[in-house]
Design a protein around this ligand. Sequence first.
Ligand code: 13P
Ligand code: SF4
Length: 328
Amino acid sequence: MSPTLTAAGLYPKVAHVVPAIEWATMSDDVDAILRLKQERNAVILGHNYMSPEIFHGVSDIVGDSLALAREATEVDADVIVLAGVHFMAETAKLLNPAKTVLIPDLRSGCSLAESITPEDVRALRRLHPGVPVVTYVNTSAAVKAESDICCTSGNAVQVIESLGVPRVIMIPDQYLAGNVARLTGVEVITHPGACEVHERFTPTDIRQVRVDYPGVTVLAHPECPSDVVDEADFSGSTAQMQEFVESRRPARVALITECSMSDNLAAANPDLEFVRACNLCPHMKRNTLGAIRRALETMTHEVTIEAAVAERARLAVDRMLQVGRPGR
Ligand code: 13P
Ligand code: SF4
């Protein structure tokens, strides 16, 4: 991000979704964060679910979980602030063991990450010997350490297909696993985890959106139950939703996912109408400008991972990052 940026200069990027009077209350924090990033030689990685003042205002690199993991391997700053949830900060730390990785609020968890323990994974392996374990990145480093390979919602199909086996253990999201099983034809053994944000959507919600907003194009995240995905026109990760919207430019669109996704796309695409049929993720929303400013002022909360766990977890993430690379 350029050193000359200021809150006032950034306002046009969010003007479509943040009223000027609200931006005025944020400017002090935005300017302080821009200054602190330079002083600390820090970059902010912001997930697509960050609210617009964070996503468009102070983040240096934005994207879905896969893009943030890939970009984390390229960072040359001393400090990474992960504006997202804890598992994302752990992934950034796994890929940057020598850098300081900060998370603005330690309470930024994830219902999927909390649904499964390393012992659960070992138990699944005992039950299904020889079946590879594919672990969604929305898990702790300790769970990744028990896994053969990771995946995100953006590459789950490619990761499963890369294994060339008829059966996999895919944890911990039962809905993502079910959606991927249908797309790949691979038999999937899963775990009863769910995203508390996406499991709340129902097929009736989508049918109602179509009645209320005629002509709407509906995009659903693959963490939604399969009957919700079936009602949508397209299903994909947050980056794949963005790609769909920006290439196809549907005049009216509903993103069946976390609410900030629509806000951020609406800010950049003011000519499109976004129907806010969305839910908030309480963990993502722990990230505020104030929390990010404090993180950089006090250099907290630093993410650490025990060396033995990190070494094994990194293997699973690295294997994922190799999928789709030339030669694979
Ligand atoms: P994406 O990888 O699609 O960004 O999803 C991350 C997430 O937490 C969805 O709930
Ligand atoms: Fe976890 Fe769901 Fe929040 Fe994503 S939206 S961080 S999967 S609880």
